[in-house]
Structure formats: C-alpha cells, structure tokens
Design a protein around this ligand. Structure first.
Ligand SMILES: [Zn+2]
Ligand SMILES: [Zn+2]
Length: 324
C-alpha cells in the first residue's frame, strides 16, 4: 500500500481533512511505512491505529459465547509457549543482543513466529529494546515505570504515535535483511494469517473429530485472541513490573529487578537485574537455581545445531552473582 500523499515529506504540509486523517490511520494498520512518515505528536496515544489491538482484548470476552474444550486450551498454551520462546530467545536475546549465532533460515523462521505475537516486527522490537538498555529508567526510556508510571510503562507507550516508529539508526546490522524489513513493514499480516489458520483448523476439527468438542470460532478465540493477549501482557511485565518488584542483586544504573515469578511467566526474562548488569550472555539466570527456560531451549537448539556460539556468563560475572 503506498504511503498517502499527505505523509510525503516532499509535499507542502497542509492540515489534512477528517477523511484524509482516517485514510492515513487505516493505512497505518496495514503498512508501518505510513506510521514512519507520520511526524505527529509522539507522546499522544494513537487511538485509531491502536483500535485492532484494543479490539483483540474485547474479543477475549467471546470465551463466554464460544465455550471451552481441552483441545482449544491446549492449542492456546502451546502457542503461548512457542511464541514466548520466539520473543525471548530471538526478538530479545538474538535480534536485540546478538548473544548467539544462527543461519539465515532459522533467523527468519523465528522472526516469523515472533511476528505472529502482535508485538510488531523484529526490527521495531530490537530498536526499541536497544534504546531501553541505552537509556534505562531515564526520561528517554519510553517504558520506564520509574519515570512514566506503571500504566505508560506496561502498555501506554506501545500505543503512542512515537511508539509506532522504528529507530533505524539502532538496527543497521539487522536492516540489511530484506525479509526482516518486509516482516516489519507489514506487521499485521502474519498475525492475520495465524488467526485465519486457527479458524480453519477449528472448522476442520469440528467435522473431522467432533468428539473433541471444538469449532472454528472457539479455536480462533482461544488459540489466537486469548493466547496472544496473555502473551503480550506477560512479555511487557518485564518493562513494567521487573523495574519495580523484586531483588536488586547488582547496583545497576537503572531500577531493574530479579523476580522469580516473572522469570517463570516469561521463560527466564524475570532475571532482569542480572540482564541489565550483563546483557551480553545468552543465559539470564546466573545461578543454577535461577530457572531460565529460554536458555534451556537455546541449549537444546545448539545440540541440534540450529544455533551456535551461545555467549556464556563470564566467570567474573558468575563470581559476583555467587558472592551476593
Ligand atoms: Zn529493563
Ligand atoms: Zn535486553
């Protein structure tokens, strides 16, 4: 979809009409290049652009109409687990921090799974996250609960006009891959395809295996809406709660915390104070008892030769962790 002329910087800037504004907003749903070109007030929440995301929350209430079955809940749980791993192992530890290496095919596969999480594309995610480490808990950190409050750090920042933009300066190393740029630009496409696939799966199971007690709508609601919304809120607890609640083992410049409950929920990301102290290792649980499911998954992938060169926790960091 072409960028609307009203967003073209070469055009003289005149105030767009209501109709043009709506067209621009709808274009932003399908093509993030339209959001890139929009230089409007970056602090304000872009309600129209956020509409599909808000509608997904409401769609979860449909569980009361579609009912529940074991298979629908199982699909929701499996999709939560696989996609959480794609976010923590790849969006975070690979794309944002480069803590291991992999092939272009595996890189794309997990970028694709990550893109189905409605957390936008890998380039956008990595750029925002690298900025977070650079400016953690200062006014330039868009999701600092210390500076901006809990609501803004959890989800408000994600819905602002500025929040939609990708800082290309931060991700020059990733932007050279056209397939990643494509995923980033059309970030609504992969989630839509997943939703359609789940709807079709449910419809097929209804006739092929009626004893399972599921159907198209039930599979869509549980497998896509419920799973994705729980996954989203679990992920962003690391921006909000993991900078407020838990222990500070290391005196980092930010207010990051280690929190076992968040580590379990997010497959290891809750050891967030460890991570802010030393973001360069593939492992975030620095002690043997600090459960880090993502790291165990990455180790398994390394054994299968799908990833390699996992960066370890340096001896001096491990010693400092033991001494605390
Ligand atoms: Zn943080
Ligand atoms: Zn990080």
């Amino acid at each position: 979809m072409p960028v609307p002329a009203t967003l073209d910087p070469s055009q003289p800037s005149t105030a767009p009409s209501a109709m043009q504004r709506t067209r621009i907003a709808v274009a932003r749903w399908f093509d993030t290049a339209a959001a890139e070109a929009d230089n409007a007030d970056s602090e304000r929440i872009d309600w129209l652009r956020a509409l599909p995301f808000l509608a997904m929350h409401l769609a979860c209430l449909a569980v009361f109409w579609v009912g529940v079955s074991h298979i629908a809940v199982a699909v929701a749980v499996v999709l939560y687990a696989v996609r959480m791993f794609a976010i923590t192992g790849f969006y975070h530890r690979y794309f944002s921090h480069k803590t291991f290496r992999t092939s272009r095919a595996v890189q794309f596969t997990f970028a694709l799974i990550g893109a189905s999480c409605v957390q936008r594309g890998p380039l956008w995610w990595a750029a925002h996250h690298r900025n977070h480490h650079r400016h953690a808990d200062t006014p330039n950190d868009v999701h600092s609960p210390v500076v901006h409050g809990l609501w803004r750090s959890h989800v408000g920042w994600f819905l602002t006009r500025g929040g939609f933009r990708t800082d290309w300066e931060r991700i020059r190393d990733l932007a050279r891959f056209p397939e990643l740029r494509w995923l980033d630009r059309y970030d609504i496409l992969i989630p839509l395809l997943l939703a359609v696939a789940l709807f079709l799966l449910g419809g097929w199971l209804e006739t092929a295996a009626p004893e399972l007690g599921t159907d198209a709508w039930q599979m869509l609601v549980w497998g896509f809406f419920v799973s994705t919304i729980v996954l989203f809120h679990a992920t962003v607890t690391i921006n909000s709660l993991a900078h407020r609640f838990g222990k500070r083992r290391f005196a980092t410049r930010d207010d990051s915390r280690n929190n076992l409950w968040l580590a379990l929920l997010t497959f290891g990301e809750g050891w967030h104070n460890n991570h802010h102290f030393f973001p360069g290792s593939a492992r975030q649980g620095f002690r043997w008892w600090e459960i880090d499911l993502t790291y165990y998954g990455l180790r398994t992938m390394a054994m299968l030769r799908l990833v390699h060169d996992l960066k370890p926790v340096p001896a001096w960091v491990a010693a400092k962790a033991r001494a605390s």
